[in-house]
Design a protein around this ligand. Structure first.
Ligand SMILES: Nc1ncnc2c1ncn2[C@@H]1O[C@H](COP(=O)(O)OP(=O)(O)OP(=O)(O)O)[C@@H](O)[C@H]1O
Length: 582
């Protein structure tokens, strides 16, 4: 295993909105009358330097990431916004370089490094300057790896020790958390990247008193909000539940941004209900929230319920990119395979042989998709809150303990469909995204039985993901002489991960968060103009089972095909046929 992973700090000193929703977003932007960073054709030509990235950082990026020639449009708006010290709300497609842009901005931000500029002496009361909250350990490791590659590049004349620059605080399997906490106690990094539960649990030992920048990546996943379209009673119930049991990210933001919230809640002398906005509350860190699926209800919560954005419109930049998946991932095709109770596999109804971007025909009916989606997105958010990666791994192992044999939650037809597509189509690397409830090791064993080289996605193992972030360039080195591999993971553990050379993503079942989840899963491939295929395997059957009361039979219907049709229609995606199943 390469040294940087072994070297823990301790050992070294939109979803695609329909048009109406896009309009709503923009209306909200206007109503809030804040500074909106508008794209311009000239942005593509801007050099890093013009964005505020120091020449040395820009030269290093060019040297260690040769494929990165110029800023993306998102980065051209994001980096100056962060450097301005304003709060930033960023919504743009998957794979537009949002996370990379966040890291570059931090590396370019004088405020993050100022203790070293101000004095050559060791600071007496050092503080973390930038805190980055991410949903899972692999994303934390990926971001830290990018920073390490830049900091330790040969062309950097002075190379600071990595733990002084960045540390990761997350549960890493096989590594005691205490070691990371001890390292954090010994050396305060400028940038701390962590997962919410671990950060919250250890909040009192984090040195955040001079925090400049607070970033939440994949924010819609980390901050639970009440979906719009549920009925009033349900909405109220969920609101109460969230108020009683706020997730760890909410709690962290409440603690860190408390001075702003106190001011906002203070008695208002002019007897209006408008929050008080005073310059003296600006000492709280800048807040940066980023995701590809920034929903209206999250937006509303941020402005009307959170108390976090009380510095006024002059202190806020909103960046809103393109939201149509068909335009942002033009080289990605979407297929759905439907498995019945006899393990027979067919293409979803309405799938076409060749993709015609002009053919956007849709079917009638299924008007409840939006409401379902909102509710499912909420459920997924809550699940995400409760299951950080480490915990989920433990759950999986527990469910696979001997003596607890339960029938697998997938059908044989699903496994066969994946195996056939994998054998026929995948040249190098594919990803299989399963529901969080699936026992991954059992699934892998079953896939291996069909000849698939399946491995759990694991950034710490060079043979199952780690090489990707280690070489910083791609997944080529994942593939040994044996042939293509299938990395297996859950949605919770793949959000935001960058695996540039994936050609295929297989999805088992309807993603729980519906359109939002599907957007993030699909966004693992087809990044930066590459092509990719998403194949979702769903079940449709009707069967009679005992009702458990008096031997009567009841009819059980599972129709995931209908749900997938709804998702694709909402995203204006026309599915393509997988030819092996015609
Ligand atoms: N300016 C650029 N030009 C070309 N490639 C870039 C550029 N910036 C970042 N990349 C590449 O894009 C990938 C990173 O994308 P990143 O994870 O930042 O996207 P993202 O918008 O955060 O995606 P997601 O929404 O899925 O989290 C990396 O492979 C990185 O090398």
């Amino acid at each position: 295993m390469p040294s940087w992973l072994l070297q823990t700090p301790a050992s070294s000193s939109f979803r695609i909105s329909r048009r109406s929703q896009v309009t709503l977003w923009w209306k909200t932007l206007r109503r809030n009358n804040s500074t909106v960073a508008k794209p311009g054709p000239e942005l593509a030509d801007l050099s890093w330097k013009r964005l505020g990235v120091p020449a040395s950082v820009a030269a290093t990026v060019r040297s260690v990431f040769p494929h990165i020639e110029k800023p993306t449009k998102t980065q051209a708006r994001l980096i100056p916004a962060i450097l301005s010290g304003k709060d930033v709300l960023l919504k743009d497609q998957t794979g537009t370089g949002k996370s990379f842009g966040l890291i570059l901005a931090l590396l370019s931000d004088f405020r993050v490094w100022r203790s070293e500029h101000e004095s050559h002496k060791k600071p007496t009361n050092p503080s973390v300057c930038a805190l980055v909250i991410v949903p899972h350990k692999d994303l934390a490791l990926q971001l830290a790896r990018w920073i390490q590659v830049i900091i330790e590049s040969k062309i950097q004349a002075q190379r600071p020790e990595l733990p002084t620059v960045v540390q990761v605080l997350a549960k890493i399997p096989g590594e005691p958390l205490e070691e990371r906490l001890a390292a954090l106690e010994r050396v305060t990094p400028h940038i701390l990247i962590g997962t919410p539960q671990v950060l919250l649990k250890n909040y009192d030992s984090l040195k955040l008193h001079k925090l400049n920048t607070l970033i939440v990546d994949e924010v819609d996943y980390l901050i639970e909000t009440v979906p719009n379209l549920l009925d009033k009673f349900k909405r109220e119930k969920i609101r109460k539940k969230i108020a009683k049991y706020p997730g760890p990210t909410r709690q962290l933001l409440n603690k860190i941004l408390e001075p702003r919230m106190v001011k906002a809640d203070a008695p208002n002398t002019d007897r209006t209900s408008a929050p008080i906005r005073q310059p003296q509350i600006q000492h709280t860190p800048q807040l940066v929230l980023s995701t590809a699926t920034f929903r209206g209800h999250l937006n509303r919560f941020l402005f009307q319920g959170s108390g976090w954005l009380t510095r006024g419109d002059m202190h806020l930049v909103k960046i809103n990119g393109n939201t149509e998946m068909s335009t942002w991932l033009p080289n990605v095709t979407h297929s759905v395979l439907v498995v019945n109770e006899k393990a027979e596999v067919r293409n979803i109804e309405g799938a076409i042989v060749s993709h015609d971007p002009l053919d956007q025909s849709t079917e009638e009916g299924e008007t409840t998709v939006q409401a379902d989606n909102e509710e499912a997105a909420f459920r997924e958010t809550i699940t995400g809150e409760l299951s950080e990666v480490g915990l989920q791994g433990e759950d999986v192992l527990a469910s696979e303990a001997p003596g607890l044999e339960a029938p697998p939650p997938w059908s044989l037809g699903c496994i066969e469909a994946i195996s056939i597509c994998f054998a026929m189509d995948v040249p190098q690397t594919a990803l299989l995204v399963t529901p969080a409830t699936h026992p991954i090791h059992k699934l892998i064993k079953e896939l291996k039985g069909y000849g698939v080289d399946a491995r759990p996605l694991d950034m710490l193992s060079s043979s199952a993901g780690g090489d990707h972030i280690l070489n910083g360039k791609g997944t080529e080195s994942l593939v040994d002489d044996k042939g293509p591999i299938l990395l297996v993971s859950t949605l919770a553990n793949t959000r935001g991960l960058d695996l540039p050379n994936l050609s295929h993503v297989f999805v088992m079942g309807v993603p729980e968060g519906r359109v939002d989840s599907y957007t993030h899963i699909a966004g693992r491939t087809g990044r930066f103009g590459k092509s990719g295929k998403i194949v979702t395997i769903v079940e449709k059957y009707e069967e009679e089972v005992d009702d458990g009361e008096g031997g009567k039979k009841k009819r059980v219907v599972k129709d995931e095909e209908k749900k997938m049709k709804g998702i694709l229609r909402e995203m204006s995606i026309v599915p393509r046929k997988v030819e092996h199943f015609d």
